[in-house]
Design a protein around this ligand. Structure first.
Ligand code: COA
Ligand code: AMP
Length: 629
């Protein structure tokens, strides 16, 4: 089958295409409604099918002869631990964990927040929640207490699952104090918390609310899979938008299972029994989709890696894991590849390992910059494939389909639209642009299975955030172009979202924190390009009249405030005091022009600017300080 034939079928007969793909999975009752619309006009896939995602991912394989195959490999250089779970062992642990949750009153539709490091219990918790037809919301362990609090308040979990600590390169991070603080900050309180105690730092428990994972698991009665409808939510995953409040992307069971299972074959060329490794974190969408659900739905072996690409212990970590477990498909972010390149520029460490099992390296999270892509291909001798994704879609919007027809790699392009995605480049009026013309990337509705169906509890926000900018389209928030051969080039966000080491962060949220400092009158947080992490935040701050604080002190205080409010992952370290910020006459700060300026690009100042002297003033200041060349 050629890419074109596959893609054209998905466009010409979407229902026939996805019905056929749905038949690869074991439903309790096959869907009859393939694509339908609800009273809000929102599309849903497989709405009336009956299923359970955890059943499809585990029990089905055990019942079909895959029980003794390894499902999860846990490899943790930071604790010097390695452990495997077969499909039977994982199903049994998940059934027990589901029983543990049911024992605390969790039922279909209830929310469970999971705030954990990269340990198998995080995956078990997700699948156990799914087994009960409940809805999980995993919060990345690097988020600080106020971020967790916002998610608790919005998702209103009945139960929370956490661990006593996570382990970073230089320190043990106690999670329990963060959990306690977040619950204090939130108006909603969970009924119970389950804590997985780790020997690196055990946590005291609050009587009547907190329970130890091991103690509950020891007496839990295994629970059966609860059937859900295809359009019932499987999970909520919060992601940064342009405002301070994260958006709860809702993923539905049916479309998610079908699209992910299809993607494992079509995009990643993975067959049942193959070993797939997404070197990410279960707190992010890549971790949800390609550490947990997709590999298990497809009957593959997945790796839960608690470590970094470098420093745990060195830049050979990816190659060590590849050899040790026979990894066939490796998926990570450009920042990880750049970190490896920085520490091991000649890739000498590859020579210590046999990486012949590896067929393809996949990259997403940010645009794979051509020098890094070339370096990776040259040093590994493998195809290095970029594909473009969002939390909202849950899988690649554009990709190079290794299991259908591998296309020649064009550096800097994430190749062509994945079957099901009608990708268009629009101008600001919603008119379709021609080849090689840069504009807003939009997806013509309906979106294919797995894409978000709403924002948790707020369908109007879903519409206003994504569907109202361009009539009949989903606005991706990214800009780019399609070249003469149909290759898509995604060039970056067109809104105030930034991408730090593959982590999506809101500049607006950082501005709220910086603006909360007692000496700050107003501020702009903008993204500065960075060789390792892609982008880093930089604060431009106007002081309140009469305040007396030096830049170094202010910078340290703001760094600490961002770490406490958002987390160390924001990597906020740079503050510059300026006299004024450039604004339009209606009072909108010219963030885009500032971003262009600090990144050494020619900047465009709109004609509606209030005072034309401000941009040159800031430019001169930053040049004098050596911030820009
Ligand atoms: N829990 C708590 N803190 C965390 C954390 C977690 N799960 N993950 C990161 N942090 C902290 C780090 O300890 C660090 O804190 P510090 O400022 O006190 O040192 C800070 O957040 C920044 O972390 P990170 O961006 O990971 O930087 P690093 O210098 O430790 O490592 C890389 C650099 C490139 C190795 C790392 O960014 C990386 O592995 N990136 C890949 C990202 C990825 O997989 N993204 C997923 C999208 S597909
Ligand atoms: P997240 O929702 O955290 O996965 O972040 C999604 C955003 O990351 C997208 O909107 C893009 O801005 C960026 N992104 C992810 N993958 C790519 C890619 N392959 N090329 C360009 N940008 C990407």
């Amino acid at each position: 089958m050629s890419y074109k034939a596959e893609y054209d079928r998905s466009m010409n007969d979407p229902e026939g295409f996805w019905k056929e793909k749905s038949e690869a999975l074991k439903w309790f009752k096959a869907p009859e409604k393939i694509l339908s619309q609800d009273e809000h006009g929102i599309f849903h896939w497989f709405a009336d099918g009956e299923m359970n995602t955890a059943y499809m991912a585990l029990d089905y394989h055990v019942e079909n002869g895959r029980g003794d195959q390894v499902a999860i490999i846990y490899d943790s250089p930071v604790t010097d631990t390695k452990k495997t779970y077969t499909y039977t062992e994982l199903r049994d642990e998940v059934a027990k964990a589901a029983g543990m949750l049911a024992g605390l009153g969790v039922e279909k539709g209830d929310r469970v927040i999971i705030y954990m490091p990269m340990i198998p219990e995080a995956v078990i918790s997700m699948l156990a929640t799914a087994r009960l037809g409940a809805i999980h919301s995993v919060v990345f362990g690097g988020f600080a207490a106020p971020e967790l609090a916002q998610r608790i308040e919005d998702a209103q979990p009945k139960v929370m699952i956490s661990a006593s600590c996570g382990i970073e390169i230089k320190r043990v991070i106690e999670y329990k104090p963060l959990l306690d603080k977040a619950i204090d900050l939130s108006a909603h309180k969970p009924q119970s918390c389950i804590i997985f105690q780790r020997p690196q730092a055990t946590s005291p428990l609050i009587a009547g609310r907190d329970y130890e994972w091991d103690a509950l698991m020891a007496t839990a009665t295994p629970a059966d899979c609860v059937p859900v409808k295809g359009a019932d939510p499987l999970y909520i995953l919060y992601t940064s938008g342009t405002t301070g409040k994260p958006k709860g992307v809702v993923r539905e069971n049916g479309g998610h299972a079908v699209a992910l299972n299809y993607s494992m074959q079509a995009i990643y060329n993975m067959n049942p029994g193959d070993v797939f490794w997404a070197a990410s974190d279960v707190g992010w969408v890549v971790g949800h989709s390609y550490i947990v659900y997709a590999p298990l739905l497809r009957g593959c072996t997945t790796i839960v890696y608690e470590g970094k690409p470098v420093m745990t212990p060195d830049a050979g970590a990816f190659w060590r894991i590849t050899e040790e477990y026979g990894v066939k498909g490796l998926f990570s972010a450009p920042t990880a590849f750049r970190a490896i390149k920085k520490d091991d520029p000649n890739a000498d460490l590859i020579n210590n390992y046999d990486i012949s099992s590896l067929l393809t390296i996949f990259s997403a999270g940010e645009r794979l910059d051509p020098p890094t892509q070339e370096w990776m291909m040259e040093k590994t001798g493998k195809p290095v494939i970029d594909h473009w994704w969002q939390t909202e879609t849950g899988w690649g919007i554009t990709a190079n389909l290794q299991g259908v027809e591998p296309m020649p790699v064009k550096l800097g392009s994430s190749t062509m639209p994945t079957p099901g995605f009608n990708v268009q480049i629009l101008d600001e009026n919603g008119q379709v642009l021609g080849r090689n013309e840069q504009g807003f990337i939009a997806l013509k509705l309906p979106l294919p299975p797995s894409c978000l169906a709403t924002i948790w509890g707020d369908v109007e926000k879903f519409k206003s955030s994504y569907l109202q900018t361009f009539d009949g389209y989903y606005a991706s928030g990214d800009g780019g172009y399609i070249d003469e051969d149909g290759y898509v080039f995604v060039m970056g966000r067109v809104d105030d979202v930034m991408n730090v080491a593959g982590h999506r962060l809101s500049t607006g949220e950082m501005e709220e924190v910086v603006g909360g400092h007692p000496s700050v009158a107003e501020c702009a947080v903008i993204a500065r390009d960075d060789d390792l992490k892609g982008q880093l935040p930089m604060g431009l701050v106007v002081l309140k009249t009469g305040t007396d604080i030096d830049e170094e002190t202010l910078s340290k205080e703001l760094t600490q405030m961002i770490r406490s409010a958002i987390g160390a992952i924001a990597c906020y370290k740079e503050t510059h005091i300026v006299k004024r910020l450039p604004k339009t006459r209606s009072g909108k700060t010219l963030r885009k022009s500032l971003r262009q300026m600090v990144n050494g690009q020619p900047y465009v100042v709109p004609s509606t600017i209030d005072d034309v002297t401000i941009m040159p003033e800031i430019e001169a200041l930053l040049r004098e300080k050596g911030v820009i060349a």
